[in-house]
Every structure is written in structure tokens, then in C-alpha cells.
Design a protein around this ligand. Sequence first.
Ligand code: CTP
Ligand code: CA
Length: 224
Amino acid sequence: EKDLEGKLPLRGKKILVTAGPTYEPIDPVRFIGNHSTGKMGFDIAKTAAEEGAEVFLVTGPTHLKPDNSITKVVHVTSSEEMYNACHEYFDTVDAAVAAAAVADYRPKTVARQKIKKNEGTLVLELEKTKDILSSLGAKKTTQFLIGFALETENEIENAKAKIAKKNLDLIVLNSLNDEGAGFGKPTNKVTFIDRDFNEEPMELKTKEDVAKDIINKIKKHYNV
Ligand code: CTP
Ligand code: CA
């Protein structure tokens, strides 16, 4: 693509974005999931692509249609599949944004047959999933790594702990408290916190505008 008017500042840059929920199988017909729509990650991927980046979007199940400008869309279902797809692309990218709502736990065993209803209660044993973002943080070299944090208490403190623990360059703290922000809503109220723990609270914005702010952070890092 030509960039005669300088509108493709991210040309030549590769960006990995995760989006959506993960579904963790219980048996052949059931799963544990969450209410993520994928919109935040899809908007980030679209914005980056429109500004010239080569974008790899790894997404869990969603009804959204990815923008045509996105270079490669990888559809996954479980956290394990998302982990594998991310590691396929991470080594070659300049930045990664983890906007997916990855399940923290999954059934320890997946029943081969549909679980039949019985007397009494059903107990599912859950094991922790791999933390995809932490694993990217552990292997990163020059990648600018951005994570999200969803907190309902001690927000700033908990988000800062995630920056350190996951070796992030920037975290986008999502506040569910404010009206109009969060799952299924068109808006988000976020605070940016960088690895030096500088805090930048943002106004309530559409997810499209939050996506632009996030892409601007990547541009600023790369001076483009
Ligand atoms: N994340 C991930 N893999 C997981 C869990 C989370 O990559 N198995 C990523 C999310 O995409 C997000 C960030 O980690 O960018 C933080 O997710 P969040 O749920 O806020 O934090 P957790 O580390 O899972 O901790 P907790 O849910 O206990 O607050
Ligand atoms: Ca979590």
C-alpha cells in the first residue's frame, strides 16, 4: 500500500491482538465460557490495520465480523488453542495486545460422552489454564507488550502487580464500576498504567476511541 499522505504510520510493523472469550470444554456438548463479545480486541486490530500494521488477530468464539483490513484472523475455541496460536506469531511481532477474556480455570478432565443427569449434585474439578500473557512476557525481547486488567477492588494496586508479574510495558485497567463500561457495552472507562507505574485515567469513551488510544501508545513507543 502507498502512504502518500503519511496516514499509515504503522506500515512495516507487525502486531498480535487477542480477543473474545475462551470456551473450556466440559463434555462433547458443554463448556465454561464468559460474556466477552470480542469487540475491544476487534476494534484494536482494525485500528492497527487501518494505520498500516500487519495484524494477527487471535480470537475466541464471537459473532463479530473482523474488518477486512486485518491481515490474518485465527479462530480458536479454548485457552490452550489461544496459547498455541499466540506463540506461533509472537516471536515475529513488534507489539502484542492481550484483550481476550481468557478463562482462568478449565475442567481437569473432559468427559468423552455427554454427562448424564443424576441424583444429587454434580461436582466439576477445575484446573488453572496457562496464563497466555505471562508466557509472552516471559519470552519477550523487543516486543511492546500490552495487557488488560479487570478489577473490582484495589484496582490500581492490583493492576500494577499484574504489570510486574507479567512483565508488561503497559496495562489497560478496565473499570466495571462506572456506568456504561464493560462487557456487552459500547463504552469503556480505562486507566493506562505504564511499567514505571505512571497512571493516566481516561474519560468514558467508546471502545473505538479506547482502541485508538491504545494504538497511539504503540506509535509513541516506536516514534511513528
Ligand atoms: N490473560 C491471559 N491468559 C490467561 C488469563 C489472562 O493471557 N489465562 C490476560 C488477559 O488477556 C488480560 C490479562 O491477562 O490481558 C489480565 O487478565 P485478568 O483476568 O484481569 O487477570 P488475571 O491474571 O487472570 O488475574 P485475576 O483474574 O485473578 O484478576
Ligand atoms: Ca482472569
